[in-house]
Write a protein that binds this ligand. Structure first.
Ligand SMILES: CN1CCCC[C@@H]1Cn1ccc2ccc(-c3n[nH]c(N)c3C#N)cc21
Length: 250
């Protein structure tokens, strides 16, 4: 997978050189290219922002540098690019809330381009223009306000890259995680390791009993119970076709 990230704060993306994502790049599973928006300005001050039409506080990011920067990215496609081009992912407080389902969808793409806004955001015509050329997804990490898109790119990149074959050593674990489609999107059950007793707290006996069917039933029950108490919205989306009577009784 090729990832292009356009930003004015390239150093924010340094964590992508670490740990599993860094290793994935070294293995050639991921090709991350961070591009400086200011390389696409032509004035002495390398200006990327200006005052908003109609007034209002703060400054907006000008469309011209973005147009030049994104055109340069699109002119340099990877060999395995989709004929439709990349998905342009634009972190934004007004975007679709990013979910594991979106991570799975983006992980199926050979090429993602991220546009990291700053200040009060990017001139609306940039997204409007590129919707005519590529698939655009405006994405939000959640209902809180950040100062720019770079933190979202780090989160989205990690969520997507870990789904790529070869990035996570034990791929089987991916299907048992919270929000995994294979796990019906449920929250994970509580997990325990040795010692069997710690500060008067014991590991549930069923987990040490050696009865795998009982362990699986307990884990499913606990996942349903946790989801029902903490994320009833997720439980509401559970496909009844994938539940048995005991699931629904929890
Ligand atoms: C603060 N400042 C004035 C109010 C509007 C946002 C602006 C800052 N800002 C500029 C570009 C940009 C992109 C994403 C986000 C963002 N906030 N919350 C999320 N879940 C986000 C995502 N993903 C914030 C951004």
């Amino acid at each position: 997978m090729r990832l292009d990230v356009v930003t004015i704060f390239g150093e924010y993306l340094q964590p992508l050189q670490l740990s599993l994502i860094g290793k994935a790049q070294a293995q050639g599973l991921l090709d991350v290219r961070v591009r400086d928006l200011r390389e696409h300005t032509h004035d002495r001050h390398r200006t990327v922002d200006d005052t908003p039409y109609g007034g209002g506080a703060g400054l907006l990011m000008k469309p011209e540098p973005w147009g030049e920067a994104l055109d340069a990215v699109l002119a340099d496609p990877p060999e395995d690019a989709d004929p439709r081009g990349p998905v342009l992912v634009v972190p934004s407080p007004v975007g679709e809330v990013f979910t594991q389902r979106a991570a799975v969808e983006l992980a199926a793409e050979p090429w993602l381009v991220f546009a990291c806004g700053r200040y009060e955001g990017i001139d609306a015509r940039v997204v409007e223009h590129y919707r005519t050329r590529v698939r655009v997804r405006e994405v939000s990490l959640g209902d809180y306000v950040l100062n720019g898109g770079e933190v979202a790119v780090l989160a989205i990149t990690e969520a997507v890259a870990r789904l790529l074959p070869g990035v996570i050593g034990n791929a089987a674990s991916l299907t048992e995680e919270s929000h995994a489609p294979e796990h019906d999107g449920l929250l994970e059950h509580p997990a325990y390791t040795k010692p069997a007793s710690w500060r008067g707290l014991d590991v549930p006996a069923v987990l040490a009993g050696g009865n795998h069917a009982a362990v699986e039933r307990w884990r499913r029950d606990e996942a349903l119970r946790r989801t029902a108490t903490r994320r009833p919205d997720v439980l509401a989306r559970l496909d009844p076709e994938r539940c048995d009577a005991r699931d629904l009784a929890v």
